[in-house]
Design a protein around this ligand. Structure first.
Ligand SMILES: [Zn+2]
Length: 131
């Protein structure tokens, strides 16, 4: 084998070591694994972004459903609080994820906290029969 990994330049010892990444480049097993972790990190980051930015909308929708249909809406409100808190926890436990999110960390956190606030305040108002 005279072929080498396109990432790190290691020469392949045998045909079995040759792998192809998402871009179709020839890579060794080690670089392939790194690429997989990278892709998983990118997916997590975009999941966090979309969940965070939609969480206040989801919270308000859940409250409206609670107002109209009670129990299913209540469950959605609880789910909304849990998912917002879960995304926040994921973001703060994972340094790599925060690095990847960069400038999105602050607005995403604010949106998630806002969603939790909307659920708590809206939920209290609903339970007290305020709206
Ligand atoms: Zn390599």
């Amino acid at each position: 084998m005279t072929q080498a990994c396109s990432r790190c330049g290691t020469f392949f010892k045998s045909e079995r070591d040759v792998m192809f990444n998402d871009a179709g480049d020839v890579v060794c097993e080690r670089c392939f694994d790194v690429g997989e972790i990278d892709a998983a990190g990118a997916r997590t980051a975009s999941w966090v972004k979309s969940t965070a930015y939609f969480s206040p909308l989801f919270a308000m929708g859940a409250l409206i459903i609670w107002r109209l249909f009670s129990i299913p809406g209540l469950l959605l409100v609880v789910a909304s609080v849990m998912s917002s808190a879960g995304v926040l926890a994921t973001m703060f436990k994972n340094d790599g994820l925060r690095t990847r999110l960069g400038a999105h960390v602050l607005p995403a956190s604010v949106f998630l906290l806002a969603a939790i606030g909307i659920c708590v305040v809206g939920g209290l108002l609903l339970m007290l029969g305020g709206f």
